[in-house]
Design a protein around this ligand. Structure first.
Ligand SMILES: *Cc1c(COP(=O)(O)O)cnc(C)c1O
Length: 464
């Protein structure tokens, strides 16, 4: 499979190239040159497979030319072996037509493990083939950093340094990063906020000599390999609910638009998905766009679902590119205007075409707490403050008469304060994390200063 940039001015790459590049050199995002399509018979043949086998079969066409089927299957098996549920992504029925697709049984209890666990193996494999070594640097406000560290710890040819704002992540999130024992992992607590951390990472990438010396890399949510690794669980859910003979709808609690884009990709591959619901918290740029063609940037407001606190959904560019008929020049112009004006101009017919498949949904913090209590009462199901937004969105479209799959993206034990506010008690950590509060933490500390952080990273890399 070849990969092209949504902005049309970067070199085409194969899967391994797109994996290592992340963002395209023209500022665009890599997309497969075409969507592989499975026939109804091919989909039926995937029913009942163990998750890792299903994942390897669905991802294979995207990796074709870079990674052989047998190697891919071996990597999928290793990636999902550490999950704490044998089904990996169990589907739990909450109402006649409402099902929670649980994506949080990985090592850090959030859906980012679904993609990053596999991406860790993909990186190790491709770097080994090329005889290269990379240093991954990233900033986190919580979920992404812990999932990236869990995926990269102990991998050959990779060092990983994650910056977090000191004292501003939850204790569970911090401990999931700082209690990992591996020589190739560096945690840096920055005296500042998340924006300071992100600015420092950007500055390291902009420092050409440092970037080249370290061979810097990133694993953020715009990496296409992450999207590819998120398609199989939608296939798993659809097949279990009667696809390809029966249509479904999919509701996803959305931040950067990566997870719901993967759901849409499953539709492009031939699964019958009639409707996609993008569910937001108070940071509702997508809901405003889908309701009234108003894609205008507003400042981020903190919410009970911090992993969805975004001003702009970066993966939306991929959907835009598709609905602009894969016109890269027009996509590039639209994005440049959006960047300059803070408002995206999408022509009415294009907006209508998107609306035929997508609808928005929004839930503020007070309603989020009420919904957590309501799902607990009506179905005995305890959902975290992210998942519950998708579940409430899914219940809203149950009148369509289709089975609705709502992505459950985090384990409730990851957000004990919000759960306690909603239902009066704190959920216990699952067994495999029971010792989290007793383990020693190791991390470095630094001021929000580029020189100081680069010195820490350089010393860490030279030690390895
Ligand atoms: C990252 C995250 C999301 C948002 O996913 P996107 O792919 O960015 O839309 C939702 N819920 C949880 C728990 C997350 O960690």
């Amino acid at each position: 499979m070849r990969y092209v940039s949504t902005r049309g001015a970067a070199p085409e790459l194969d899967f391994a190239g797109a994996l290592l590049a992340g963002l395209a050199r023209d500022g665009g995002l890599y997309m497969p040159a075409c969507w592989p399509r499975f026939s109804a018979a091919e989909w039926r043949s995937l029913r009942g497979l163990p998750y890792a086998e299903l994942a390897a079969r669905v991802i294979a066409p995207f990796a074709a030319g870079s990674i052989g089927q047998g190697e891919l299957l071996a990597m999928c098996r290793r990636a999902y072996a550490g999950f704490s549920h044998k089904a990996v992504t169990p589907l739990v029925q909450l109402d006649t037509n409402l099902h929670a697709l649980e994506l949080f049984h990985g090592p850090t209890l959030a859906f980012k493990d679904m993609a990053l666990q596999l991406v860790g193996h993909l990186f190790e494999h491709v770097l080994g083939q090329r005889g290269e070594r990379v240093r991954i640097v990233g900033a986190t406000s919580g979920d992404t950093g812990s999932a990236a560290i869990a995926a990269m710890a102990g991998r050959r040819n990779i060092d990983i340094a994650i910056l977090h704002p000191e004292g501003r992540t939850s204790e569970v999130q911090r401990r999931q990063m700082t209690t990992v024992r591996a020589d190739n992992v560096l945690n840096i607590a920055i005296a500042g906020n998340f924006d300071d951390c992100q600015d420092l990472v950007k500055a390291m990438f902009a420092d050409e000599p440092f970037r080249a010396e370290m061979n810097l890399s990133a694993v953020n949510s715009i990496n296409f390999a992450r999207i590819a690794a998120q398609i199989p669980y939608y296939a798993y859910a659809a097949l279990n609910l009667g696809a390809p003979e029966r249509e479904i709808a999919i509701a996803v609690p959305t931040g950067n638009f990566g997870n719901i884009l993967a759901a849409w990709a499953a539709g492009q591959m031939g699964l019958p998905v009639a409707r996609f619901i993008a569910a937001s918290n108070r940071n509702d740029i997508l809901a405003r766009f889908l309701a009234a063609n108003d894609m205008s940037v507003r400042p981020v407001e903190p919410s009970l679902s911090p992993s969805m606190d975004i001003a702009v959904s970066s993966n939306f560019e991929r959907l835009l590119y598709e609905f602009l008929g894969r016109d890269a020049a027009l996509t590039a112009r639209t994005m440049a205007e959006f960047r300059a004006s803070g408002r995206m101009a999408v022509a009415e017919p294009v907006w209508r075409a998107i609306r035929r498949q997508f609808q928005g949904f929004r839930l503020d913090d007070a309603a989020t707490l009420r919904e957590i209590a309501r799902f607990q009462q009506e179905s005995g199901y305890l959902a975290d403050p992210h998942s519950v937004i998708g579940l409430a969105a899914g219940r809203d479209c149950a009148p369509l008469g289709l089975p609705v799959v709502a992505a459950a993206t985090a384990h409730p034990a990851k957000f004990p304060e919000a759960i306690e506010k909603a239902v009066g008690c704190r959920p216990p950590l699952p067994n495999h994390l029971a010792g989290l509060y007793d383990r020693d933490e190791i991390y470095s500390r630094a001021p929000a200063d580029l020189q100081a952080v680069e010195t820490l990273v350089r010393n860490f890399v030279n030690r390895n």
